[in-house]
Ligand binder design. Sequence first.
Ligand code: HEC
Length: 181
Amino acid sequence: MNRAATIVVTIVVAAFFAAIAVVAIVVSGAFNVAADAPDSALMHMIVAYTRERAIDVRAEGIAVPPLDKPAMIAEGAAHYDAMCTGCHLAPGLRENAMRPGMNPKPPALATLPPEGAAEQFWIVKHGIKMTAMPAWGLTHSDADIWNIVAFLQKLPGLSLEQYRALVAKGGDKHDAMPMGR
Ligand code: HEC
């Protein structure tokens, strides 16, 4: 066999054994899907990078409208208060009984600098697979989602009073997520 043929055969054989190993891990039940089993550093790195690239590539072509209209921010605040706080908290909300058990744990969005508006729009519209972050675009228009993004850009740094005033101004959105009401 010449050198090129040896390399090709080696790659094919290695890929075959790698595939068998993956099948064996899946079929034997060795991979632990428990949310309370910590991920390895390698797994964490691969997932974080995959997520970042997937979102960056898809958010690139999104044109961001003006987001500083007070009515948009208030509408977005009311939607956020009704639909997002269980997972992402808000000014004045303590840790709840659900978030510590989530994997990945949703970030407390009021405590972080906001991501770019185009990225946020994409995330809120499409959600993120296998993380519990829902795709709100199935039940909300793009205009609704831009309102939410306009609010998210203002959220870090809002005081409790400013947050509550915005939510009240945006009106009642609880019919979007009737949590046992
Ligand atoms: C059932 C829980 C849940 C609900 C409800 C939810 N999210 Fe999320 N969200 C998540 C999780 C989990 C992540 C983290 C995903 C990850 O690590 O890739 C996330 C991530 C995000 C991110 C990306 C944060 C970052 O900087 O990385 C944004 C923005 C976001 N959510 C906005 C919202 C908005 C706005 C709403 C309400 C309309 C909402 N989410 C409702 C679970 C939720």
